[in-house]
Design a protein around this ligand. Structure first.
Ligand code: AMP
Length: 216
């Protein structure tokens, strides 16, 4: 099963993708994570992407499609994948069609996480994660059970994304509305889109997605 999770920043794509990974072994393909890894490693791609990401703008289609294409060649992707943060433009949607055809793969669903945009700024600016295992937390909605200690791995180090500040988030939402939301009709025309209420609690969103994947 291969799916796209589509929705604005903060809609819960990453959270839902890691649940599906834990429950079904589907591989999370987050182009944002790939780019952050490139920035951290100081690769040529990372050097080009860093300032663009910090401004909340989109990295070039060419760069992002290049890193995704390489990732799709790795064998674990055959277990089924969840695209999280790609495609983000009409050009990327077209590139994805070509890449999947070349690699003998196909999409089963495009799951749209529908959310109230004003709630997103609050969701995103409060979020942080464990620096060691990546478990996600939130200043107001999900604190570690023991203050300062990760529930999952016990680490005491946490991090925040540099682009999770209000000004950048607003820019990321503008980019989403202008460039990403318009790709929905492309997938609607193929009959692939399923809509889920992304404002519901995490577990309910997960149940709704599972039901779609199980054809219920
Ligand atoms: P995300 O982790 O998906 O919120 O992505 C963080 C940032 O990485 C975005 O704001 C963009 O700057 C960049 N990025 C991630 N995926 C893409 C993509 N598919 N196309 C262009 N830029 C991307």
């Amino acid at each position: 099963m291969n799916i796209i999770l589509l929705g604005p920043p903060g809609a819960g794509k990453g959270t839902q993708a890691s649940r599906l990974n834990a429950e079904r072994g589907m591989v999370q393909l987050s182009t944002g994570d790939m780019l952050r890894a490139a920035v951290a490693a100081g690769t040529p791609v990372g050097l080009k992407a860093k300032a663009v990401m910090e401004a909340g703008e989109l990295v070039s289609d060419e760069i992002v499609t290049g890193i995704l294409s390489e990732r799709l060649d790795q064998p674990d992707v055959k277990q089924g994948f969840i695209l999280d943060g790609y495609p983000r433009t009409a050009t990327q949607a077209e590139s994805l069609e070509r890449l999947l055809a070349e690699k003998g793969m196909a999409l089963d669903y495009v799951i749209e996480l529908a959310v109230d945009e004003e709630a997103l700024v609050d969701r995103i600016t409060g979020r942080y994660s464990c620096a060691k295992c990546g478990e996600g937390y939130h200043d107001r909605y999900k604190q570690p059970k023991v203050a300062g200690t990760c529930d999952v791995c016990g680490s005491h180090e946490f991090k925040r994304r540099p682009d999770d500040n209000e000004a950048t988030v607003r820019n990321r939402l503008v980019e989403y509305r202008a460039k990403t939301a318009p790709i929905l009709p492309f997938y609607e025309a193929k009959g692939l889109v399923r809509r889920v209420d992304g404002m519901a609690p995490i577990g309910e969103v997960n149940t709704a997605i599972e039901a779609i994947l199980d054809g219920r």
